[in-house]
Design a binder for this molecule. Structure first.
Ligand code: HAM
Length: 425
């Protein structure tokens, strides 16, 4: 086989796709319940958008973007995250002019050139939300609870919510200097990546997973102790809001997100069944991003959740997700001449909304019945020449193992009734 799919990507085959559909449908349903509307943005954007918003020194921009020059000589990048494109669309379409809080959700493919490991892909898919236009802590609480509701609705309850505040451009520089002063004597103990981070983004060192870095930074000053009064008050209100709703969380002063646009609230939801890549969902506030992208000062908050990781967690915990099982109707032709009527009837019933299968491989009647069984068909219509001539067909209920002769007239209504209200799926 000369061709293979690119490293770090997946083919989602029908059996697996059914699970994806179930998770995606659940996410949509929960978002709509919380008042979020879908937004779809292009799969690629001007490179500069991501460089400026995600930040030049981040791993994403420095090492992981799929960037190319298009035929017009412009630098383009496959979407490496979902927030900047939403902010760009919000500005470009003048949505800020409508005022108030605007709430969006998306299901998007995301591209990052990552080192291959479990739970990490070069094309992954995020279920994400963004809420723009309010600094109220109640919005932080809404965004976090939406994430928890979604995970619980797909069957992941035993998750851990990790919470931190990473301050704002006013209080962060003070902490950064304190952190640098602390780390200066410990530079030798840091991994090469962190030695580079020391200059450009020392905060990220706190989040490094390399054990020597973790030991070296054990008592490092954390942002929480340096919050300005505005950030501290905001964080207290977010914590109170969560407590008022009896949402449990763990304060995680070392939680640092990997993108530069974050301010104030930062959070992650992790699952114990996953290994190193155990974060199912991550997000936070980005109160300066809209302005940085050329818009009016507008606060924002959101999260992104990897669908692959959610599915992996479901698999590891032995949960199954699926849409309600789809009853099927199978149309069998007893002899070759009835195949024409089988096709006519199949088309008619499919247009009526029924899920219908029939043979395309010239199977015998026995072969067709076997196929109907394999597909899990609830009903089988048997088309026989003499019965058809009398305007009738045999309808076999596969679950009960009973069959009866029924008139062709009114057949769609009859089968729909028999399959119950969920026949459309
Ligand atoms: P992020 O933490 O980079 O944030 O990604 C969000 C989630 O996407 C992660 O928690 C993880 O579940 C999943 N994820 C990330 N990278 C991969 C990968 N290589 N393979 C599989 N899954 C992955 C963002 O992207 C922000 N835009 C989230 C956000 C929205 N913040 C505010 N609004």
């Amino acid at each position: 086989m000369p061709y293979r799919r690119p490293r770090g990507t997946q083919d989602i085959l029908p059996a697996e796709a059914a699970k994806w559909q179930a998770v995606e449908a659940t996410f949509r349903e929960i978002c709509e319940r919380f008042g979020y509307g879908e937004i779809r943005t292009p799969m690629f954007e001007q490179t500069e958008l991501f460089v400026r918003s995600v930040g030049e020194s981040t791993d994403i921009v420095a090492k992981e973007m799929y960037t190319f020059t298009d035929r017009g000589g412009r630098s383009m990048t496959l979407r490496p995250e979902g927030t900047a494109p939403v902010v760009r669309a919000y500005l470009e379409n003048g949505l800020y002019a409508q005022g108030g809080v605007q709430k969006f959700y998306y299901l998007s493919a995301i591209f990052r050139y990552e080192r291959r490991q479990e739970g990490r892909y070069r094309q992954h898919h995020q279920a994400g939300i963004e809420a723009l236009g309010s600094l109220q802590p109640s919005l932080d609480v809404e965004v976090i609870t939406l994430g928890l509701t979604y995970l619980s609705a797909v069957g992941l309850d035993e998750v851990e919510l990790l919470l931190n505040s990473i301050g704002c451009p006013r209080c962060r520089p003070v902490h950064r200097e304190a952190l640098r002063a602390y780390l200066r004597d410990r530079l030798d103990h840091l991994c090469p990546d962190c030695q580079r981070r020391f200059e450009v983004n020392p905060l990220r060192i706190l989040d490094c997973k390399v054990p020597t870095c973790q030991t070296a930074t054990q008592d490092a000053p954390v942002m929480l102790d340096y919050l300005c009064s505005e950030c501290a008050e905001h964080f207290t209100a977010v914590r109170k809001g969560l407590t008022d709703l009896e949402v449990a969380y763990t304060l995680q002063p070392r939680l640092v997100r990997g993108l530069d646009y974050y301010t104030k609230t930062a959070f992650e939801i992790a699952h114990p069944a996953l290994g190193a890549q155990n974060v199912l969902l991550g997000g936070g506030r980005y109160d300066g991003l809209v302005e940085q992208c050329g818009g009016p000062p507008t606060p924002g908050i959101g999260f992104g959740s990897g669908l692959e990781r959610v599915l992996l967690a479901l698999e590891k915990t032995g949960r199954t997700v699926s849409l309600s099982p789809r009853p099927r109707l199978y149309i069998a032709a007893v002899s070759p001449p009835e195949r024409v009527q089988a096709q006519q009837l199949a088309w008619q019933l499919r247009r009526e909304g029924l899920r219908v299968e029939l043979d395309h491989e010239g199977r015998s009647l026995k072969g067709q019945m076997r196929q109907a069984n394999r597909l899990g068909a609830a009903l089988v219509l048997l088309l026989k020449e003499d019965e058809l001539a009398a305007g009738q067909v045999t309808l076999r209920d596969m679950r009960r193992g009973e069959q009866e002769l029924v008139p062709l007239e009114g057949l769609p209504e009859r089968t729909i009734r028999q399959l119950g209200h969920s026949h459309r799926w």
